[in-house]
Design a binder for this molecule. Structure first.
Ligand SMILES: Nc1ncnc2c1ncn2[C@@H]1O[C@H](COP(=O)(O)OP(=O)(O)OP(=O)(O)O)[C@@H](O)[C@H]1O
Length: 261
């Protein structure tokens, strides 16, 4: 069995006087896309911050490809896009991309860069402008391009589709699938359950400090959305909740709401 790309074991952390993570167990296999969902404040970003060693768990273990996460070498195969991505305002997009590649010891890769910019429809003219002139969506696309251009085995993306329009979301999903096709693992957080349902092999729902569900989106729907539909929801209720057709995007939302109720 291949070494998991990521393994959280009983990770706990208190923050601001309250327990945010209360024994999180979660694993991610190479070549897998895992969507981490949870209500606002559930602790998704805190879990990622623990993984990146930006904060220290009170207890538990985290391993990246079998190496304890706090060792700098453990994080070398990993690229991270933070929830609030702010490129240096004085750099042009092109300068920023070049600096990120250099920081990670990667040579400039004009062909790969051009392909990524095309894949995300990031305007070449925009790359010549400084980041202070970017819209929110363009800034996010720049962050995605910089992250996904890195040749890594693991991508950790905190709300990567935030601020993207529907077309850009579709492009982003295609770019992530291309990384998976190349064998990489992806851990992403999102409030867009339709995106998780479409993109992710598995969904993990963090609630009350623990992972309350971990499985495929279809399993989540079958376990948590289907019973509600079968247990006497009227047709109009079910339709309103998106539960009329098994596997409809609204089903995952309904299942999620059952898990966090
Ligand atoms: N530095 C901090 N000090 C104290 N409390 C914090 C700190 N950072 C986050 N918190 C609190 O920890 C909890 C978890 O926050 P976190 O940002 O991890 O949640 P999240 O699931 O990512 O939320 P969202 O979906 O809104 O981004 C929240 O109650 C938050 O207010």
């Amino acid at each position: 069995m291949p070494e998991p790309a990521l393994c959280f074991r009983l990770v706990a952390r208190r923050q601001g006087g309250r327990v945010v993570l209360d024994g999180v167990d979660l694993a991610l296999a190479p070549g897998e896309i895992l969507g981490l969902a949870g209500v606002n404040g559930a602790g998704k970003t805190t879990l990622l911050r623990c993984l990146l060693d930006f904060c220290t768990p009170d207890s538990g273990d985290i391993a990246i490809f079998g190496v304890p996460h706090a060792r700098p070498a453990a994080r070398r195969p990993l690229a991270y896009l933070p929830e609030r991505f702010h490129p240096p305002a004085h750099l042009t997009g092109a300068e920023f991309l070049a600096q990120v590649l250099a920081l990670h010891g990667q040579r400039p890769a004009p062909a790969a860069t051009a392909a990524m910019l095309e894949a995300l429809e990031l305007d070449a003219a925009a790359l010549r402008r400084t980041a202070r002139h970017y819209s929110k969506g363009m800034t996010q696309k720049l962050g995605l391009a910089a992250t996904l251009l890195l040749d890594k085995r693991l991508y950790v993306l905190d709300e990567p589709a935030s601020g993207l329009d529907p077309k850009a979301r579709a492009l982003f999903k295609r770019a992530v699938l291309a990384r998976r096709a190349a064998g990489a693992a992806v851990l992403l957080t999102s409030h867009a359950l339709a995106d998780i349902g479409e993109l992710c092999d598995r969904i993990a729902i963090l609630h009350g400090g623990r992972i309350r569900f971990d499985g495929t989106p279809a399993q989540c729907i079958a376990r948590f959305a289907a019973p509600a539909a079968a247990a006497g929801a009227t047709t109009s209720d079910a339709t309103a909740a998106g539960a009329a057709r098994p596997g409809a995007p609204g089903d995952l939302e309904q299942a999620f709401l059952s898990v966090v109720a």
